[in-house]
Design a protein around this ligand. Structure first.
Ligand SMILES: C[S@@+](CC[C@H](N)C(=O)[O-])C[C@H]1O[C@@H](n2cnc3c(N)ncnc32)[C@H](O)[C@@H]1O
Length: 190
């Protein structure tokens, strides 16, 4: 069911940014896409699921919002326009983790000079402490905030502004299975 709600942690991190071009990677049901468009961002919704993008387009059309949809695998070769977006966000995007962390590099490459990256994920520490067989999924199979932080730490021209664990704001789009969010915000030098 389409909740329509943006992720609260994205709202916190993006509210004070000046709207420009935004890319939502793994946009899913599109609550963040719709919210960003309503704030004046020119949004590209990207997902590996065409069904998700169809839903987003329908909802954007219903609301009279202009949204661009791009079917793309974040692990593909150059899936996104490079240096192109003032805001790139990936919220709970279940992007498979590859040994070269290609998905991380692709997401970072999409950020324009002077732009902002916001990545949200579930806090998986509790799951990591449980027996492997009892986990609903293997947290190591997907890109995690620590992967983004490690690449950013090693990269030139990036400043990590926020790397937090915090209670998930009420009304968030994503499932309530994990109570805490990991939140990463980084700025690329202009
Ligand atoms: C849990 S949903 C999150 C959706 C939305 N961002 C939210 O916060 O509600 C994860 C999304 O990641 C997308 N996804 C999975 N693998 C992907 C990939 N390789 N590239 C891009 N998107 C991917 C899925 O199709 C799904 O829509």
């Amino acid at each position: 069911m389409w909740s329509g709600n943006p992720n609260g942690s994205l709202v916190v991190e993006a509210t004070d940014l000046r709207p420009g071009r935004a890319l939502d990677v793994g946009a899913g049901e599109g609550g963040d896409v719709i919210w960003l468009a309503q704030q004046g961002w020119q949004v590209t919704a990207s997902d590996v699921s065409s069904r998700a993008l169809d839903t987003i387009l329908d909802e954007a059309n219903r609301r009279g919002l202009a949204v661009t949809c791009q079917l793309a695998d974040a692990n593909a070769r150059e899936p996104f326009a490079r240096n192109a977006f003032d805001l790139v966000t990936a919220a709970y995007a279940s992007i498979p983790r590859t040994p070269d962390l290609r998905g991380v590099h692709n997401v970072l490459d999409a950020v324009a000079p002077g732009g902002t990256l916001v990545v949200l994920s579930h806090d998986l520490e509790a799951m990591r402490r449980t027996e492997h067989q009892q986990r609903p999924f293997d947290p190591e199979a997907y890109l995690h905030i620590d992967d983004f932080a490690a690449v950013l730490d090693a990269a030139q021209g990036w400043t990590i502004e926020v790397n937090d664990k915090r209670p998930r704001p009420a009304g968030s789009a994503s499932a309530a299975r994990h109570a805490d969010d990991r939140v990463l915000r980084a700025r690329r030098a202009g």
